[in-house]
Design a protein. Structure first.
Length: 320
């Protein structure tokens, strides 16, 4: 079954076996202390396809695990069968593996589009718990596909910027420095778990001033606004918006959060506020990952863009 369907289910039915295929994105091993029954080893890895990724685990005698590790590495393509359940140790759903079959690596999917796109909403492994690929791997793929530029918008951090800069110089792909911020609806010194929305907002640097403002905002977010997430607010955005391009972001964005709550007036009001700050550099972002929420709200986003005469970008939240 597709990995996205499995993960979306939250947790599989008890004792039911699921079969998924994909690429091994990360792999870690941990050996337990020896007992009278011998030693056992745990293999934890992420398996991904072109759409989604799933946490997987194999816990077996070390001798059996050693044979698996001789054949399976990061980058291997495998077919796994197992029970998808909530793991009490990892505290998250994962596929407890019962069998592994090594598959032939498929050919890299080409990009045959005449006009190449530019990814403007993209996460690397620096976005904790949200992606597993390095900036280097993503830029190399963009170069192979003939993309002229690529942005990195990790959650609340800019750790991948140096890697993006160095690899872009090698590949000839133009780097776009960005960040997906968490926006609080009040003073960032507040620590109230009952009022901590952390709306998503994508900011991209269009010049040196913009890059300097990205650095200022991320620094303030971590040094002053950290509470569950590194947070900024509207006041800080107004103060440090020069040289930045703003995208309304994903389902976690404030405009979309109001639409999901069926409050079109607040969604429109929020879009107006950001347009007043960024002018023609504020874009409504449309995504379509096949989610019902996006199918419902995308027409409403388009209408907001028409009402306010704002440009639209089409993005796909890349998190691999």
């Amino acid at each position: 079954m597709p990995i996205s369907s499995l993960v979306a289910s939250g947790e599989g039915e008890a004792a039911q076996t699921y079969v998924i295929e994909g690429e091994v994105l990360t792999l870690e091993t941990r050996e337990t202390k020896p007992t009278q029954y011998g030693t056992r080893t745990s293999i934890s890895f992420a398996l991904g396809d072109n759409d989604w990724a799933c946490a997987c685990n194999l816990f077996a005698p070390t001798e059996r695990v050693s044979k698996v590790l001789k054949a399976v590495n990061v980058g291997s393509f495998v077919k796994l069968s197992g029970v998808y359940e909530n793991d009490q140790y990892a505290r998250k759903p994962l596929l407890n593996i019962r069998s592994i079959e090594l598959l032939e690596s498929p050919s890299v999917r080409p990009d045959n589009a005449e006009e190449k796109r530019v990814e403007l909403h993209l996460h690397t492994k620096m976005s904790a718990m949200d992606a597993v690929s390095s900036a280097t791997d993503l830029i190399k793929r963009a170069a192979k596909w003939g993309h002229r530029a690529i942005a990195i918008t990790d959650h609340g951090v800019m750790y991948g910027d140096m890697e993006l800069y160095e690899e872009s110089n090698e590949s000839g792909v133009k780097p776009i420095f960005g960040c997906e911020f968490y926006v609080h609806n009040g003073d960032i010194s507040e620590r109230d778990k009952n009022n901590n929305p952390c709306y998503h907002l994508v900011l991209l640097a269009k010049n040196k001033e913009g890059y300097a403002n990205l650095i200022k905002l991320t620094s303030i977010a971590w040094c002053q606004g950290q509470y569950f997430h590194p947070r900024i607010n509207l006041e800080l955005i107004k103060k440090h918006h020069e040289g930045l391009i703003c995208l309304s972001a994903c389902l976690g964005g404030e405009v979309l959060q109001w639409l999901l709550k069926n409050n079109k007036e607040k969604a429109l009001e929020t879009a107006k506020i950001y347009k007043e700050i960024f002018g023609e550099d504020y874009y409504i972002e449309l995504q379509d990952h096949g989610l019902d929420e996006q199918k419902r709200t995308n027409p409403e986003l388009i209408q907001i863009a028409k009402d306010l005469n704002m440009p639209i970008i089409i993005a796909k939240k890349i998190a691999k």
